[in-house]
Design a protein around this ligand. Structure first.
Ligand code: ZN
Ligand code: ZN
Length: 307
């Protein structure tokens, strides 16, 4: 559930026309060393090399789905804020039940351990969900269609996540958390159970923020976030950068990223993909690389103007 996306990118014709008059450079992000799915060196994000090149493709210039710099679809609405508020409220109720139950029973260790398990499993859940919507279904898929489309948009225009406002980025996850955690708040009082629930649901709800931080340059991040990323408590920028490089089939987890190395080394998702292919005949999108729609496009940096 992590990575729930939020938004489709259909933009107005006005944006479309405006973009057609703006020169831009299509860039390809690559690293200084060969990257493969296994035994891959974890590169520092500073080692990323942006290779600007003029984009000769008129189709990408006129792509009606390309977001623009001050796109209104990146802004938060009051509806987004309301969903984030309701999601936070349900998580805080679960936290309060865990704390009061622990205080009354004088048992703190079990709820804390349950919270740690929730934190670890939230990362795994984010990876499984991200893998699923990156590889299967489409815009017309029931219930998940908008998220699938938005995540494909994220692969094409990953920089938009850093321009997306907070509630805009989190509202879809917050809505899912509200509908899941509210019944649990009403039905259960066990402090150990709520120790798990509040941490797991909180990490899932904020995973899109952790994801956005993984796309943000170090100099623009709060020092505490950089410290948590460097300590491996939040998914790191370098680890998530690997996900946005060919072959686009690794590093799916975006809470702490603690599961990524194990899942990729054991080829867990590759095995699942083979099982689904032989059972159902469905091919994951990652098998289509490097010719997929995921080729990244970046807006032209202000100083590199093509004439
Ligand atoms: Zn992805
Ligand atoms: Zn990303």
């Amino acid at each position: 559930m992590s990575i729930l996306a939020q938004h489709k990118y259909p933009l107005s014709f006005r944006h479309h026309v405006h973009r057609c008059h703006r020169p831009f450079i299509r860039t390809r992000v690559c690293c200084l060393a060969a990257t493969t799915n296994t035994a891959k060196p974890r590169l520092n994000s500073d080692q990323l090399v942006m290779e600007p090149r003029l984009d000769p493709s008129p189709t990408s210039v006129t792509d009606p789905n390309r977001p623009v710099l001050h796109d209104p679809t990146l802004k938060s609405t009051w509806s987004h804020r309301a969903w984030v508020a309701s999601g936070c409220t349900t998580v805080l109720i679960s936290l309060a039940k865990a704390a009061t139950g622990a205080a009354e029973s004088h048992l703190w260790l079990e709820p804390i351990l349950a919270g740690w398990v929730g934190y670890i499993l939230a990362d795994l859940g984010s990876g499984v969900y991200h893998w699923g919507i990156d590889n299967y279904g489409g815009a017309s898929t029931p219930f998940f269609g908008a998220q699938i489309e938005a995540f494909q948009g994220h692969h094409k225009w990953p920089w938009t996540i850093t321009r997306r406002q907070f509630a805009n980025n989190l509202h879809a996850l917050a809505r899912a958390v509200t509908f899941t955690v509210l019944p649990l708040d009403l039905a259960f009082n066990d402090p150990v159970f709520h120790g798990f629930v509040w941490v797991c649901s909180g990490c899932i709800m904020f995973s899109q923020q952790f994801h956005a931080w993984a796309h943000t340059t170090k100099s623009k991040l709060p020092p505490l976030v950089v410290t948590l990323q460097d300590a491996g408590l939040l998914v790191s920028r370098s680890q998530h950068a690997d996900h946005h490089r060919p072959p686009y089939n690794n590093n799916y987890c975006i809470v702490s990223g603690v599961w990524n190395e194990f899942l990729d080394r054991q080829k867990v998702f590759g095995v699942l993909e083979m099982m689904l292919f032989f059972k159902l005949g469905v091919r994951p999108r990652s098998w289509s690389e490097p010719n997929s729609e995921w080729t990244e496009e970046n807006e032209i940096p202000p100083k590199i103007t093509a004439h």
